[in-house]
Design a protein around this ligand. Structure first.
Ligand code: DX5
Ligand code: ZN
Length: 214
């Protein structure tokens, strides 16, 4: 099981210290939410954050959750910034373009995640399953941290587990806390994104430990 904290709702002016606390608690991968104010109605970080992060935390893996329908400009920038994994939304572009960008990332030796919104049919993964490294199931509508977990996501993950090869891990993003973590792990999720549960508390280590118990 991997816990990938989302720094979206961390304290921007204390980011280094909060990241360090999570690293001290054993975190080896972070989830960086990139929002373009268009595909989702919010803004967040840019490639500079990713390159600064990689410069100062060299052993930490970064997955970039790209919530944008401008892959042409943004994907190359995030590759350049040192992202280890780039996660592309199925809904953000045509299937042909998605195939193109998945291949592009493979050629650049960057791992690829396919992201599915809550209303997207899980069967679409079949078209990409030979090319992707992981699937990210959104358990909230993307755009904001701190939302409530959509409980239908549990059945969705269960069904996805049945159609996916065992070597493609399922990650879940949105509304993860002690209870919902248990629910999604029980049906086969192995990577959990957690934002407000970890950074919405004064005790980051304790929150990480609570999720690591599973
Ligand atoms: C939502 C983002 C999530 C978010 C998770 O668009 O993709 O990664 O930061 O935050 P919590 O854990 O608070 O739902
Ligand atoms: Zn995310």
């Amino acid at each position: 099981m991997i816990i990938a904290p989302s720094i979206l709702n961390a304290d921007s002016l204390n980011l280094r210290y909060q990241i360090q606390e999570a690293v001290n608690a054993g975190i080896v991968r972070f989830h960086i939410d990139i929002m373009d104010g268009h595909f989702v109605p919010n803004l967040s970080f840019g490639p500079q954050l990713v390159s600064d992060f990689k410069r100062d935390f060299q052993n930490i893996k970064l997955e970039v959750h790209l919530m944008s329908n401008n892959p042409k400009d943004l994907v190359p920038m995030f590759v350049k910034s040192g992202a280890d994994i780039i996660e592309l939304h199925y809904e953000s572009m045509s299937e042909n373009k998605l195939k193109y960008w998945i291949n592009y990332l493979k050629e650049k030796n960057v791992k690829v995640g396919l992201v599915l919104n809550p209303d997207t049919d899980i069967n679409v993964v079949k078209k990409f399953s030979t090319q992707i490294d992981q699937v990210l199931v959104m358990s909230v509508y993307p755009g904001f941290g701190g939302q409530k977990f959509i409980s239908e996501s549990v059945v969705k993950i269960q069904k996805l587990k049945e159609i996916l090869d065992d070597n493609i891990p399922i990650e879940v993003d949105g509304g993860i806390n002690e209870e919902t973590a248990k629910m999604v792990i029980n049906v086969g999720a192995t990577i959990l994104v957690a934002g407000s549960f970890i950074f919405g508390s004064d005790n980051i280590r304790q929150q990480v430990n609570k999720l690591e118990e599973f």
